[in-house]
Ligand binder design. Structure first.
Ligand code: ADP
Ligand code: MG
Length: 345
C-alpha cells in the first residue's frame, strides 16, 4: 500500500474525508442547521444570547512537535485552547471553523486523525465544526481555529474588573502540562519517563480540559475578573493586574500542585506551576464573601478551586509579590518560560 499524502488527493476529496471523520453530532445542530459544504455556515443564536468570538493558531515547531503529540491529541488541543478562551469569559462554546495551512507532505490519514480529535472534544462540549479552509503553507503545518461562543443577557467576565481585597483563585492544579512537556524532553533512559504518574502529566499537556462549567458558574456567582491560564500564573496574573490597575500578592505555599510533580521535579516544581504555562485552568478574582459559594458549587461537580492570594491596592504601576515558602514577601518578575524556543503565544 502506498502512503497517501495530501498533495496526492484533491482538496475536495480531503474536505470530504475530514468531514466524514467527524461525528454527526458536530456537523450540524438546531442552532447551526447549515455547516460544512456551502460558502458559509448559518448560526441561529437563541433569543437573548450575545456572541463571543476568539481565535488561536497552533503552528508546527512553535506550539507543538508531531513527534511529541499524536494527531488526535493535536486536534483535541486545537479546539480545547479556544474553548478555554470562551470559558474564561463565562460563555458557552457553540461553533468553530478550522483553517488548515498544509505543506502537502502530510499524510491524509494523519489529518483524518486530527479531525477525530477535533470531533471528540467538539462532541463532548457541544461545538459544531461549521466550516473551514485549506491553504498552502510553504514550510510548517498550521492549524488556525476560530470559535464562536455565547453568553446570556450580555453578561461576561473580563480581565479588567479585579477589585482591591478580592480573593485570587485558580481552578484545578497548576504545572501538570509543563511537567508533561519536561518529561517528553527527557532522554529515553531517564527513569522519570517510566514513573507511574508520567502518563497523566503528559496527558495534561496533550489534552487540556477547558473549564466551561467553572467559567459559567463564576459569572453567575459574582466573580469580578477572569482569564484562562495559558502562560502560567506569573505570566498571566500580571495581565489581570494591569488591565484592572491593582497590585496583588500570591502565597506560593497555597498553589495547588500535584504531589507527583513535586516528587519528579523536586527543584523545579514551583517554577513549573507558576511559569510553565498551558494549564488552561481559570484564574479568577472573587469578592471574599462570594468565594465560598463558588467553591461549593464547583465541588458538587467534582471540580476544585483554590485561593492562592489576594488583590492589593489600586496602582498605576501594579506590582505582583509572592510570599515564599520561607514566609518572605518578594517581588515577582512577570513572565512564562517557553518550551519550544520560539515565541509560543
Ligand atoms: P470556498 O472556495 O468557498 O472557500 P472551499 O472549497 O474552501 O470553499 O470549502 C468548501 C466547504 O468546505 C466550505 O463549506 C468550507 O467551510 C468547508 N471546509 C473547507 N476546508 C475545511 C476544513 N479544513 N475543515 C472543515 N471544513 C472545511
Ligand atoms: Mg476556501
Amino acid at each position: 500500500m502506498t502512503v497517501e499524502r495530501v498533495r496526492d488527493i484533491s482538496e475536495f476529496e480531503l474536505i470530504d474525508r475530514l468531514r466524514d471523520a467527524l461525528p454527526e453530532s458536530v456537523r450540524a445542530s438546531a442552532e447551526v442547521p447549515l455547516g460544512i459544504g456551502d460558502d458559509a455556515a448559518l448560526w441561529q443564536p437563541p433569543e437573548g444570547e450575545s456572541v463571543l468570538v476568539t481565535t488561536d493558531s497552533l503552528i508546527d515547531r512553535v506550539h507543538f512537535r508531531t513527534d511529541w503529540t499524536s494527531w488526535r491529541d493535536l486536534g483535541w488541543k486545537s479546539i480545547a485552547v479556544n474553548i478555554s478562551d470562551i470559558a474564561s469569559m463565562g460563555g458557552v462554546p457553540k461553533l468553530a471553523t478550522v483553517s488548515l495551512a498544509l505543506t502537502g507532505g502530510e499524510l491524509a490519514a494523519d489529518l483524518v486523525e486530527l479531525y477525530r480529535g477535533i470531533g471528540e472534544i467538539a462532541d463532548r462540549d457541544r461545538v459544531v465544526l461549521a466550516g473551514g479552509d485549506i491553504v498552502r503553507a510553504p514550510h510548517d503545518l498550521g492549524i488556525h481555529v476560530t470559535l464562536v461562543g455565547a453568553t446570556r443577557n450580555g453578561r461576561f467576565l473580563t480581565r479588567s474588573n479585579a477589585q482591591p481585597g478580592d480573593v485570587i483563585a485558580v481552578t484545578g492544579t497548576l504545572g501538570a502540562a509543563a511537567a508533561g512537556v519536561e518529561l517528553l524532553g527527557l532522554p529515553e533512559d531517564d527513569p522519570r519517563r517510566s514513573a507511574v504518574t508520567a502518563p497523566l502529566l503528559i496527558e495534561a499537556h496533550a489534552r487540556p480540559q477547558p473549564r466551561v462549567r467553572a467559567g459559567r458558574l463564576a459569572l453567575e456567582l459574582g466573580a469580578h475578573a477572569a482569564m484562562d491560564l495559558s502562560d502560567g500564573l506569573f505570566g498571566d496574573l500580571p495581565k489581570i493586574l494591569s488591565a484592572s490597575g491593582v497590585s496583588a500578592e500570591i502565597d506560593l505555599a497555597a498553589i495547588p500542585v500535584a504531589a507527583s510533580i513535586r516528587a519528579l521535579f523536586p527543584d523545579r516544581w514551583l517554577d513549573l506551576a507558576t511559569r510553565g504555562g498551558e494549564d488552561y485552568e481559570l484564574l479568577l478574582t472573587f469578592p471574599p464573601d462570594r468565594f465560598e459559594a463558588f467553591q461549593k458549587a464547583l465541588a458538587a461537580y467534582g471540580e476544585t478551586v483554590t485561593a492562592v492570594g489576594q488583590v492589593g491596592g489600586r496602582s498605576a504601576h501594579p506590582e505582583l509579590r509572592a510570599r515564599t515558602l520561607d514566609g518572605d514577601v518578594v517581588p515577582v518578575r512577570p513572565g512564562a518560560f517557553d518550551h519550544f524556543g520560539g515565541a509560543a503565544s
